[in-house]
Design a binder for this molecule. Structure first.
Ligand code: MN
Length: 419
């Protein structure tokens, strides 16, 4: 049975009382501050904090909700996150008069989502992108090396990743300028300089780090979850022709760091608890530092939709699920810190493209069109090998509960010409 709030939450809303995702928003004429989404509204936590609603021992640093990022709140850790959720579920419930019956307080404490500007949820100091979908790695490897050598020998032993660029992570709705770079077609003798001709999206999710670890002190896998606050949707925009020429021997660089988009609402691990699933079996068995007592993944439906400038509405081009990932978030975090690397509050750790076993579940154009060999056919008759100027790519995701949805909202971006 869905929980009941005095706030009207439409049945198909991503943000019922069971969800309560955190974000940073700026009301018209005001400063950025922390809020929580419910239905089509936002609760302004800086107002509730000012009234003393979060004065409990879990909040050592205080105040945290009038800041323009979640970093201070994330550093407090799970006891404070759980307490905040408990207080908000109480204050927003249909039974509690505090906000329900105080019209003047409601005017101050609630904003319509359509009236505010969403900001990046954290100051992202560091961004890492994993490569944890077996099917994505296998498809890409098959294109590059053939099916016999599709996976590199290390892939099933460690969660492969690269360090991305934190400064170019942008919030949903930010336009994406087509990047220039060096491009060398296979039959050319030298590279040319110009706008990418193979701009792509990557459907991903990413988690945000709560309390960090000290340099030199690895996080044991059974403590990894203590350091993870919640998830956002992510689009790792990629220029495949630039990538093909630059990536050896050190990995992605300019093909990836021109822009990475994330969704504004961070869905907490608490909200996702009922959607935990056991991790698929791993063969070979991972080394001991990657074996958790109770490892898990989540059942999260994910979609990518494309809308070209001549379409009236978007069309679904990818349908996949978070469960398609081979490595768990605990394994990713334990591996990231096993050499003593220090994570910090607000850091962004992404899954890699989430592809599944069938064609519809491929999470990027590279796989969907098999490097452009089989163009996508859109409902209005247009075709696409890669993203074109004026195209908008939208990623959305949700967990299906009994009578409610725990949703992630969306991350979208429109392609602008290279100019
Ligand atoms: Mn990626």
């Amino acid at each position: 049975m869905p929980l009941e709030s005095f706030i009207d939450v439409p049945a198909d809303s991503h943000f019922p009382l069971e969800n309560l995702p955190f974000g940073v928003f700026q009301p018209k004429g005001g400063n950025s501050r922390v809020g929580v989404a419910i239905g089509d509204l936002i609760v302004d936590l800086s107002i509730l904090e000012g009234l003393g609603h979060f004065r409990s021992p879990e909040f050592q640093a205080h105040p945290v909700f009038s800041e323009d990022s979640l970093n201070s709140f994330l550093a407090l850790g799970r006891p404070a996150w759980r307490k905040t959720r408990e207080i908000l579920q109480y204050l927003l419930s249909a039974e509690t008069p505090t906000l329900r019956d105080d019209v003047r307080l409601r005017e101050k404490a609630f904003h319509a989502q359509k009236d505010v500007t969403m900001k990046l949820p954290t100051r992202i100091g560091n961004y890492t992108d994993f490569y944890s979908s077996y099917h994505h790695a296998h498809n890409v490897g098959t294109m590059l090396r053939g099916p016999e050598n599709a996976l590199m020998p290390n892939w099933k032993w460690l969660p492969v990743a690269y360090h991305g660029r934190a400064s170019s992570v942008v919030i949903s709705g930010t336009d994406v300028r087509r990047p220039h770079g060096q491009i060398k077609p296979p039959d050319a003798s030298a590279p040319a300089f110009g706008p990418t001709k193979s701009l792509d999206y990557e459907l991903e999710m990413a988690f945000l780090i709560g309390p960090g670890n000290s340099l030199g002190e690895p996080v044991p896998i059974d403590r990894a979850i203590d350091h993870i606050f919640g998830f956002v949707l992510m689009n790792d925009w990629s220029a495949r022709d630039i990538q093909a020429w630059e990536y050896q021997p050190l990995g992605p660089f300019l093909a990836k760091n021109f822009c990475t988009s994330i969704s504004p609402w961070v869905v907490t691990l608490e909200a996702l608890e009922s959607f935990r699933k056991s991790l698929p079996s791993q063969d070979p068995e991972p080394l001991p530092y990657l074996r958790a007592k109770n490892d898990f993944t989540f059942d999260i439906h994910l979609e990518a939709r494309l809308q070209t400038s001549s379409m009236d509405s978007s069309s679904v081009i990818t349908r996949t699920n978070f469960q398609n990932l081979y490595w768990s978030i605990a394994q990713q975090l334990a591996h990231h810190t096993v050499n003593g690397c220090n994570l910090q509050p607000g850091d962004l750790l992404a899954s890699g493209t989430i592809s599944g076993s069938n064609e519809e579940s491929r999470g990027c154009m590279l796989e969907l069109t098999w490097r452009g060999a089989n163009p996508l056919k859109l409902p209005n008759g247009e075709t696409r090998k890669w993203l074109e100027d004026g195209d908008t790519l939208i990623i959305t995701g949700w967990c299906e509960g009994d009578g409610y949805r725990i949703g992630f909202g969306e991350v979208s971006g429109k392609i602008l010409s290279a100019g």
